[in-house]
Design a protein around this ligand. Structure first.
Ligand SMILES: Cc1ncc(COP(=O)(O)O)c(C=O)c1O
Length: 382
């Protein structure tokens, strides 16, 4: 019954693994990529009043104009980026839909797309669903999981239609600074390659500063599809809301697919998101808490011999388990069954990463402390 195309698509390594976790009591989950905070009250309250006001209709396909305007103002304030809210901003159902629309609107059958690994699980699957083929450019721990310019140069020789960048990165937490981004853009600039810049963790950076890719220069702005959303920094995963900013031609193409496939993002979420963009104090509080947790878990994992470069953003770390001579899947399964701690095997993010695991520190400090006790006990048995 199922199309060949979809039948051959590998399911997400994370989902497969977390089907195991479901229903297991007392598990400390360091696996899912989701904030442990509930959405800040002022945002929830706005969603409640929106319902009370009877806001239950469709919106325009591109999204409520007030939200597009708020996104445009936010981008200008945060990154000095100017996007016309009429033509250059599209409200999507999460960054997930933004990614799908971006890829489907520019990829024709057989087009190549560069994916830098370890990578967010959806990238290769969405490229394949769109009929494209993936050119992987793996990064290494020695290089702080940042792209090696020589490897990028070689990959660009295949004339890819697009490159997907994720800054800061899921799963490594690596964040590129302005200089590093310029170095990447230097290579791409002379080609026709379009940049899909997934910046969903942009507001969760703990050290230094980053730049939004399209803010590098006018050329980068013209050639980048910027994707961001509310799931992570605003703890709004269940609201399913994101946005895409790009030139008029690209936003029009994305809107075409969106209007047939989705019609529009939910109105209640859109109204809540306008409020969210004013809730910077709440974002700051959550960010400070993530930073405290990151400092704790990285120090402890290093003490246990699970070493890694310091993650600069997002809420993940990607430590090496090479020293323990066990595959990442075996380690994850045994740790789950023997000590009830769930983390994600590195291979979910690229086949080269069997000596790594992803740990999400979007969990309370108490749980992280207990998880470290359990991991230490487990490692001693190996
Ligand atoms: C890098 C990255 N991009 C996109 C998404 C999807 O986010 P959303 O909830 O906005 O669809 C995630 C979620 O984990 C992610 O880690």
């Amino acid at each position: 019954m199922i199309s060949k195309h979809i039948k051959n698509l590998a399911p997400s390594g994370i989902r497969q693994f977390f089907d195991l976790v479901l229903g297991m009591p007392e598990v400390i989950s360091l696996g899912v990529g989701e904030p442990d905070f509930v959405t800040p009250w002022r945002i929830r309250e706005r969603a409640i009043t929106a319902l009370e006001e009877g806001m239950t209709s469709y919106t325009s396909n591109k999204g409520l104009f007030v939200l597009r305007e708020a996104v445009s103002n936010f981008m200008e304030k945060r990154h000095s980026l100017k996007y016309n809210p009429e033509e250059e901003v599209l409200i999507t159902v999460g960054v997930s839909e933004g990614l799908d629309l971006a890829i489907r609107s520019i990829i024709s059958k057989g087009d190549k797309v560069i994916v830098i690994s370890p990578h967010f699980v959806a990238y290769p699957a969405l490229v394949e669903i769109a009929g494209g083929s993936v050119i992987y450019v793996p990064t290494t721990q020695e290089n702080n999981f940042k792209i090696d310019i020589k490897k990028l140069k070689a990959a660009l020789k295949t004339n890819p239609k697009a490159i997907i960048l994720n800054n800061p990165s899921n799963p490594t937490g690596a964040a590129y600074d302005a200089k590093e981004l310029y170095r990447i853009w230097e290579q791409i600039k002379s080609k026709d390659t379009i940049v899909i810049s997934d910046e969903v963790y942009d507001e969760l950076i703990y050290e230094g500063k980053t730049k939004s890719f399209p803010s590098l220069d006018e050329g980068a702005r013209e050639r980048t599809i910027l994707l961001n959303g509310f799931s992570k920094a605003y703890a709004m995963t269940g609201f399913r809301l994101g946005y895409a900013c790009a030139n008029k031609q690209i936003i029009e193409a994305m809107t075409k697919i969106h209007s047939f496939a989705m019609m529009c993002a939910p109105i209640i979420s859109q109204v809540a998101a306008v409020e969210a963009l004013k809730a910077q104090k709440d974002v700051l509080e959550m960010r400070n808490e993530y930073k405290r947790r990151r400092n704790f878990i990285v120090k402890e994992l290093n003490r246990l011999g699970m070493n890694m470069p310091m993650p600069e953003g997002a809420f993940y770390c990607f430590p090496s388990v090479k020293k323990f001579k066990i595959s990442s899947l075996e380690l994850a399964k045994r740790l789950l069954f023997e000590e009830k701690v769930a983390l994600v095997p590195g291979t979910a993010f690229g086949k080269e990463y069997d000596s790594y695991v992803r740990i999400s520190y979007a969990n309370t400090l108490d749980n992280l402390r207990e998880a470290i006790i359990r991991i230490e006990r487990f490692l001693k048995k190996l």
